[in-house]
Design a protein around this ligand. Structure first.
Ligand code: ADP
Ligand code: MG
Length: 691
């Protein structure tokens, strides 16, 4: 082990190769590594030995329990702990954990959402070990738990989780990429999808959080007037990090490193009290599991520091929201295929993959948008500070120029000595900078030198849904292009390849947009180009049920139509439930917390007014009257708003959301009029400050 000033060792709580070598026989290690690296099926004959080793290893770290750790459709992770210990006789216990416990579990899962896939008589699903993501130990104040990453299925085989379709989509990519690479005469190998998930979050002081029922129940503020000083000064972004926050971040990082999660960068984000944690990219399945652990760790550690970590996409109105930039790429035999490369062969492969992505995004922007459909994200997408709900691709000037030259082909002119035409597979591409300074931040899907950065996903979302959709649509296009390339005669291979890429660009280039994604002009332009603009969750989710999408996901072996429909049901129900919950919390807060404060304020003013008059004072009466009038009007508006929301709660989501907006306007106006001392909710100016 390298010398380290830390009292922890990187990855010490992961059953990684080092731990395996320490606890398992050499042959077993090789078999297990082969299973992990080559995604081979697990050899059941080693399960007992591995289970025994895992138990010993975990108990050395204080673990008393084990759990299958899975990702149900709720978007979070789920665990059900079982103790290692079992009584034998009356006075003794033995630690038991068998290969069977390791490979398969049966959580009493009848309350996980399944969208009707499990009937009540078949309520139990089962979890099965995902050998490709290593087991780990989660430590807590009075013990530790061995966590075994698993998939979650019904007994009839339908998936009930987020991990299974992700793994299937990775297989679809593997198959497609291998086909494509074969066309280029590359040796047989494996495609590895890579993901670097940048995580944005807010921190608030716990004592203030506990006074906000909206934050506690909905994860965002349902009321709150914007403070005088919010983001206008832009002095927070990349500013120096306050010691209290830094102490929190350092503890987060140590916990993550212990779990083998490569937390790399930390900084202040655009909004006050907003921050970001970015890990180094990893293999997709692992990166997704790790991001789930990042979110959990942020929450847990914040609590120990008297803070609360808000992962909601839009905790504060009028202040920047939080996203999760998914940096995505695909490597083959260790080479990043989205790296343009330095020779014509690598360039040609790069351009083929790029063309596939362009085709995929143009054909299936709707599915990609649907993968980001999440109630919290509706407050962010299109709100002039996050990527718009319209999915387009940013390529940057240099690559756009390359694409243009290929698109124009024979018609390209030779001006000023510049070579117009670019021959794919023959000419070398001009250098494409890995621009970090002036890259377009308003694009939802940006090429950033050697990867794509998908910025629409919300900060609280599980990355698996997003990457599953991306993998599936790109796999489809890579297969499409590979099939076309496979028919090319050897003698005219490069001309043929160029023609194929050219056709794709001509047909699907409309999805490329390098301009300002926040502008109103783009909304109009995108509509002209025929690009979908799915503004809300219900609109976005509807596309899951379209025949073309059902067929696509079925044909790639990722989701069977019944599985897709069940997902639609689950996500739709979740949306309705969340809207209703917010509506109820808003009503309760307004009626039982805010209205009494306004009533008190009015009463106090009326009382003072009376006394002022009785005392025969000449001045101040008009001001008091004016003030009381304003409060009275505010109270009326609030009262009316409550009645409307109450009625809306018996109607649909749209009605509830509208009534909430009206009620909020009334409440936020009152907030600016009522005495600070009397306003019962902590204000934005306090919530957004960490001392
Ligand atoms: P930013 O300016 O957005 O912070 P960075 O270049 O620092 O951009 O990278 C952001 C994220 O992209 C990091 O998590 C990084 O590890 C990840 N990343 C870099 N290369 C790849 C790749 N080939 N595949 C996936 N993610 C990558
Ligand atoms: Mg980024």
């Amino acid at each position: 082990m390298e010398a380290s000033p830390l009292d922890i060792a990187y990855g010490e709580d992961v059953f990684n190769e080092k731990a395996m070598r320490e606890y398992l026989a050499k042959d077993t290690v090789e078999t297990l590594l082969h299973t992990m690296n080559d995604r081979a099926p697990l050899d059941p004959s080693i399960a007992n030995e591995v289970a025994h080793a895992l138990k010993q290893w975990a108990m050395m770290r204080g673990a008393t329990h084990f759990t299958h750790w899975f990702q149900p459709l709720t978007g979070t992770t789920a665990e059900k702990h079982d103790a290692f210990f079992e009584p034998v006789g009356t006075a003794e216990t033995i630690a038991r954990f068998s290969g069977k416990n390791l490979i398969m579990g049966e959580p009493d899962a009848s309350s996980f959402p399944s969208g009707g896939l499990r009937c009540t008589f078949e309520a139990r699903g089962y979890t099965a070990w995902d050998v490709t993501s290593p087991a780990f130990v989660k430590r807590h104040p009075n013990g530790a738990t061995l966590c075994i990453p698993t998939v979650f299925c019904s007994y009839t085989g339908e998936v009930l989780d987020k991990k299974t379709p992700l793994l299937r989509s990775m297989q679809a990519m593997d198959k497609a990429v291998r086909k494509l690479m074969a066309c280029f005469g590359e040796p047989d190998g494996h495609a590895i999808i890579t993901l670097g998930a940048e995580q944005e979050y807010f921190l608030v002081d716990k004592s203030l959080y506990l006074k906000r029922p909206d934050l506690m129940q909905c994860g965002r503020t349902l009321f709150g007037a914007p403070p005088a000083r919010n983001q206008q000064l832009e002095d927070h972004y990349f500013g120096s990090i306050k010691p209290r926050v830094l102490a929190f971040m350092e503890e987060v990082e140590r916990e993550l490193w212990r779990l083998g999660i490569p937390a790399k960068t930390r900084h202040n984000e655009a909004a006050p009290a907003q921050f970001e944690l970015a890990p180094m990219f990893e293999e997709l399945n692992l990166a997704v599991d790790h991001n789930m652990l990042v979110m959990e760790t942020l929450r847990n550690v914040a609590d120990r520091h008297g803070l609360v970590c808000l992962l909601h996409e839009k905790p504060f109105a009028g202040v920047n929201g939080s996203g999760k930039h998914n940096n995505w790429s695909v490597a083959y035999n260790g080479k990043n295929l989205l790296d343009p490369g330095k020779n014509p062969q690598d360039n040609a492969i790069f351009l083929s993959v790029l063309a596939s992505v362009i085709r995929a995004i143009d054909l299936h922007a709707d599915m990609l948008r649907a993968s980001t459909a999440h109630f919290g994200n509706d407050y962010r997408l299109g709100a002039l500070e996050a990527p718009p709900a319209i999915i387009s691709i940013f390529l940057g000037d240099e690559l756009t120029e390359v694409i243009k030259r290929i698109e124009q082909g024979e018609t390209a002119s030779e001006e000023n000595g510049k070579v117009g035409k670019l021959r794919v597979g023959v000419d070398t591409l001009p250098p494409i900078p890995r621009d970090t300074s002036d890259r377009n931040r308003t694009s939802p899907f940006a090429f950033t030198g050697n990867k794509f950065e998908f910025r629409a996903p919300g900060s609280s979302q599980n990355c698996s849904g997003v990457c599953m959709a991306l993998n599936t649509i790109v796999a489809d296009s890579i297969e499409h292009i590979a099939e076309a390339i496979a028919t090319l005669p050897k003698a005219t291979f490069h001309e043929g390849l160029e023609r194929i890429i050219q056709e794709i660009i001509r047909k699907h280039g409309r999805v490329i947009f390098n301009g300002d994604g926040y502008s109103a002009a783009w909304v109009a332009e995108a509509e002209k180009r025929g690009l979908p603009n799915l503004r809300t969750v219900p609109e976005a989710l509807a596309v899951l049920l379209e025949e073309k999408n059902l067929a696509l996901f079925a044909s790639r072996g990722v989701l069977h139509p019944t599985e897709m429909r069940s997902r639609y049901d689950v996500f739709h129900a979740e949306y309705s439930r969340k809207v209703r919950l917010e509506g109820k919390v808003a009503l309760e807060t307004a009626r039982n917390i805010l209205e009494p404060a306004a009533v008190e304020e009015l009463g106090q003013l009326a009382h003072i007014l009376l006394e002022t008059k009785q005392a025969g004072l000449k001045n101040g009466i008009e001001s008091l009257k004016e003030k009381a009038d304003a409060i009275g009007k505010g109270l009326d508006a609030l009262h009316k708003g409550c009645a409307s929301l109450e009625k809306a709660l018996t109607q649909d989501a749209k009605a509830i959301l509208q009534a909430m907006v009206t009620l909020r306007t009334a409440a936020d106006t009152l907030e600016t009029q009522v005495d600070d001392k009397r306003w019962p909710l902590p204000k934005y100016r306090d919530l957004l400050q960490i001392h």
